[in-house]
Design a protein around this ligand. Structure first.
Ligand SMILES: Nc1nc2c(ncn2[C@@H]2O[C@H](COP(=O)(O)OP(=O)(O)OP(=O)(O)O)[C@@H](O)[C@H]2O)c(=O)[nH]1
Ligand SMILES: [Mg+2]
Length: 707
């Protein structure tokens, strides 16, 4: 069996490729054992000092692979980037400004990189900017500068335009000036750019210990990202120098790792915790081998060998002896792995993971991931697609740990752990009271799906954001939008046959105390409560309704409370409504008048299909103090008579079916309107036909009776 690999900081560590999820290896170990991280890491065999780890290698001790890699021009290295910037959302252009005292070799380093030769004769003092562009890779521009006083303005301008500064020194004098002059200059410009410090002409001082020389400056100036000794003349570490510059921009260490604290930063830990949570598909608190393989495939597009899996667990066990690695990698172990990468300056591995999971450089989730483009045209609505429903069903089943058919508070909290918490609209509508709950008060699967149906209907962008937080994935283009669909735009009201929607919205309108809230409660199967709580804030309830013929739809019932007038005056609000349910208390003589008054005040209500409900049928019916009694009133406008129901009777469910059907098949649910506002098309057609017929008859009569 292969001996476990050591984790102790290796003097050579930064100079070698290391696998992504496995232990860092010693240089003499076969690189074939480290297939996980793609090749880019293998040219990372320079001798840099990175901020997080201070392991250095002297340039005079080349490593076995070093020669071939050093001979590789950077353009090729850029080409071989293991992940395309577009794929992971990192910066896709990098502008490097090369600064330093006169004669330190700035232009020579650039020439050596581009031409792959060292030109000993004096080259022009400042080279023109060069851009290295490779399809699918980071486009890099390298700008040479001069330290001459008359060029100071140009220098300042170039620094301001750049993403990273490559600061070069080459002897004791220019070394002193790094901390006395150059770094203070950068600070005075207020640019806050990462600096890669390069000791050039390393061939002239082979015995120097880079750590001893560079560490003091690095400790004093936090903006120094990494340090490297190089030789433009011997073309050593030139590729690496510019690679480090690129990396300082594309894979910055600062957001991830606190070098003073020697720990990952809280935002990085939070992101990694969320990633762990999403990868722990069975939610048992461990990434088992299968879950680790899936994670590896997703992030690095490679699989792990059994030995590599063992290596990972061995490394974790070494640092966390109590971890139960036989069951898999737990959250602590998972975060430790990232910490080890950061410690060993392999933070690009951590960035790869974060970017695959859609994190930005500031460790927030990418806006385009949370808020993808999704338009709902006028008169259409958004609903969950079968994929979306499937996702929410699976999520429910996964988190209903006690299998009681409901999500209790703890289960809900666990489910929402990778999100910022419950959606704001859910909190506003005092979720879960807006939907179906079990007797124990826990949200049921039916209620869970109804709640998401309502959220999607009211605010599809919110559903999309939560699908992203909760880890919805689909092979289809558009990511989370595959979980949604847009319904056919509703035709002009009164002109439609069936409405092609599965989620419909009903406003319930009626006098104070007529029993609207009790309808909402009954809709959510709550027991009837005889105490009266007037409704102030609008209130919604959502549930599924079984229609005649077995089809199902989701009905959202909204009681408008004190906002009734405001909502009815709002065209957009009325437009989103599919059906109105007018209610009155059949035992209260003053109740029906409110409906008559509402219809008179808001004639636009007549553009909506409607159902009339006479509530409290369990109490004695009384004559309404209105000009016309409800039955006559509805008959006169061509509507069905009010449905007499009681919230205290189970037969109230009939009302919900009637309301849903009126929304989906609205043809018979419109009131007959006054002639002037009626649809006069048929009248015009009929008149047209009559006029033509009369004309034709006249013509025939004239022909037969000439003169
Ligand atoms: N007997 C009987 N009482 C009912 C029925 N429905 C509602 N009530 C009672 O009537 C009172 C008012 O009911 P709510 O549902 O709060 O009326 P509301 O229309 O929501 O009132 P506001 O929100 O103030 O507009 C409460 O005390 C209910 O218990 C019913 O079918 N039968
Ligand atoms: Mg109420």
């Amino acid at each position: 069996m292969k001996a476990p690999l050591t984790v102790k900081p290796s003097k050579h560590f930064c100079s070698r490729a290391v696998p992504s999820m496995t232990e860092p290896r010693e240089p003499n170990e076969s690189p074939a054992l480290s297939p996980i991280l793609p090749n880019v890491a293998s040219f990372h065999l320079s001798n840099p000092i990175y901020r997080p780890s201070l392991h250095t290698v002297d340039i005079s001790t080349p490593k076995p692979l070093q020669k071939s890699i050093l001979a590789t021009p950077i353009i090729q290295l850029l080409h071989s980037s293991f992940i395309s910037p577009a794929l992971v959302g990192m910066a896709d252009t990098v502008r490097i400004v090369v600064c330093g005292d006169e004669g330190t070799g700035k232009s020579s380093l650039i020439t050596s990189l581009v031409k792959n030769v060292f030109i000993s004769s004096k080259i022009q003092p400042t080279l023109p900017a060069i851009t290295i562009a490779a399809p699918g890779s980071v486009t890099t521009t390298i700008v040479d500068t001069s330290a001459l006083p008359q060029e100071l303005n140009t220098l300042r301008k170039e620094i301001r335009r750049s993403d990273v500064i490559c600061l070069v020194y080459s002897d004791h004098y220019s070394y002193e000036r790094v901390s006395l002059s150059w770094l203070p200059l950068f600070r005075s410009l207020g640019v806050n750019l990462p600096v890669v410090l390069c000791a050039n002409k390393a061939d002239l001082s082979p015995g120097v210990d880079p750590e001893e020389e560079m560490m003091p400056i690095m400790l004093e100036f936090k903006e120094i990202d990494s340090c490297i000794r190089a030789s433009a003349k011997e073309q050593k570490n030139v590729n690496e120098l510019f690679y480090l510059c690129q990396k300082a921009v594309t894979h910055p260490v600062a957001p991830l790792y606190d070098s003073k604290e020697q720990n990952l930063k809280p935002a990085a830990v939070a992101a990694l915790q969320r990633i762990f949570f999403l990868c722990d598909r069975d939610q048992d608190g461990f990434l088992n081998d299968l879950e680790l393989q899936e994670f590896q495939k997703k992030c690095f597009d490679k699989s792990l060998t059994p030995e590599e899996l063992d290596d990972i667990k061995t490394s974790i066990k070494k640092r966390l002896p109590n971890s139960r690695t036989e069951e898999g990698v737990d959250e602590q172990g998972f975060i430790l792995l990232s910490k080890m990468f950061a410690e060993k300056a392999r933070h690009e591995t951590v960035w790869t993971i974060l970017r695959v999971f859609h994190y930005t450089d500031s460790l927030s989730l990418k806006d385009s991931f949370l808020h993808p483009k999704f338009e709902v045209p006028p008169n259409a609505s958004a609903e969950l697609s079968p994929l979306g429903y499937r996702f929410f069903v699976d999520l429910f089943l996964l988190f209903d740990k006690d299998n009681d058919g409901g999500l209790n508070e703890d289960e809900l909290a666990a489910l929402f752990a990778p999100t910022p918490g419950l959606p704001a609209s859910w909190v506003d509508s005092s979720f879960p009271s807006s939907t179906v709950r079990s007797e124990a008060g826990h949200i049921t699967l039916q209620g869970w799906l109804a709640q998401w149906s309502m959220t999607t209907f009211q605010d599809p962008k919110m559903t999309l954001a939560y699908l992203a937080y909760l880890g919805f994935e689909s092979d289809e283009k558009g990511g989370t939008t595959a979980a949604l669909k847009v319904t056919k735009p509703r035709k002009r009201r009164r002109r439609q046959g069936r409405v092609e929607r599965n989620v419909v919205l009903c406003y319930v309108l009626g006098s104070r105390g007529s029993g609207k809230s009790s309808i909402l409660d009954a809709f959510l199967n709550r027991p009837f409560d005889s105490t009266y709580h007037p409704t102030i804030k609008p209130r919604t309830a959502v549930n599924s309704v079984e229609l005649q013929g077995g089809k199902q739809c989701y009905l959202i019932i909204e009681e408008l409370g004190e906002l009734e007038s405001a909502i009815l005056e709002n065209e957009a609000k009325l437009n989103s409504c599919d059906v109105v349910c007018y209610t009155y208390d059949s035992s209260d003589p003053d109740s029906f008048a409110h409906i008559v008054d509402l219809r008179a005040r808001y004639p636009q209500l007549d553009e909506l299909p409607a159902v009339y409900a006479a509530l409290k049928a369990d109490l004695d019916k009384t004559t309404q103090r209105a000009e016309i009694q409800p039955d006559v009133y509805t008959r006169e406008i061509g509507m069905s008579a009010p449905l007499h129901v009681s919230a205290a009777w189970t037969s109230i469910s009939e009302l919900f079916v009637t309301v849903s059907e009126a929304a989906l098949f609205p043809n018979n649910a419109y009131p007959r309107t006054e002639p002037e506002s009626a649809d006069r098309t048929n009248f015009y057609i009929a008149t047209g036909v009559t006029v033509c017929t009369v004309m034709a008859l006249l013509y025939v009569w004239k022909r037969t009776n000439p003169g």
